[in-house]
Design a binder for this molecule. Sequence first.
Ligand code: BMA
Length: 320
Amino acid sequence: MAHGSRQHLAYELFRRYEGNPILEANDWPYPVNSVFNPAAIKLPDGTLLLARVEDMRGFSHLTLCKSKDGLTNWQIDDAPTMEADHDSREERWGLEDPRIVWLEEQGHFAITYVSFSEGGPLVSLAITKNFKTFARMGAMLPPEDKDACLFPRRFDGRFALIHRPIVQGEAHIWLSMSPDLKHWGDHRVLLRTRHAFWDGQRIGLACQPIEIPEGWLIFYHGVRATTAGQIYRIGLALLDLEQPWKVLRRSEEWILGPRAVYERIGDVSDVVFVTGATVNEENNRLYLYYGAADDKIAVAMANMDAIREYIMMCPEVNGD
Ligand code: BMA
């Protein structure tokens, strides 16, 4: 497949919802500075977002929003749904950037989020069945670590976590394994930053892994440092279905980047930061939920078959 036509497909793969942004600080039932970077999951009665909400101290908490069609008429909790546990030293400065998966075997949802304090950001785990009561399982790995999500099932009896530690100043995406969600090992780099590319400075997982027949679709954000500041865009990789530490393919180009005014201008300009996705069976579309310029929530959609066609056109990755 010619490289030009693949770039063409990448350019037009995702369509922004015409009602964007779907959620902003003004929609909130209580005073807040900004709402962004939401986890997303599809439930039988609609779509649930767990939004990152920044208060006017600059600290974040998480608030639940529900909508039947995942686009309009959001019911927003009238108080924070998950607040920092101030008795725990790890989250004195708040909770950020959650991701959600449904653990079928365990029969509950797993929320991985960033706990922030003077010790540095780290990834914590909370378990829930109903999004009303949450069992806090504590820190998963030491700081500095962000952008984490579990896979919805185990591999040879072990859970797998994608995360993004900073190691010797480098920000690559890692994969770690655990028999019990508490003890983590077999740490390895999954995807590396690519010098000179759009994702040359830092990368991190975007939404939860999406299972397709060809493998696990991994959306990730990539950062480029420019003289005018940093640009956050989204790319795509494909992992082996049974051995998710094997990267099969990776997009050379980004598939979503700041272009609309609400992505270009905000608290942090030029940021598209995807943290949640749902698969809409009715129209065979993937909905990507993202923080736009760090102060509002937007959604972009693509046909699942077109995403599969695109990722299978992307270059194969041969080991690391
Ligand atoms: C990252 C995270 C995100 C944020 C992004 C852009 O480091 O902290 O929460 O959206 O920067 O500012």
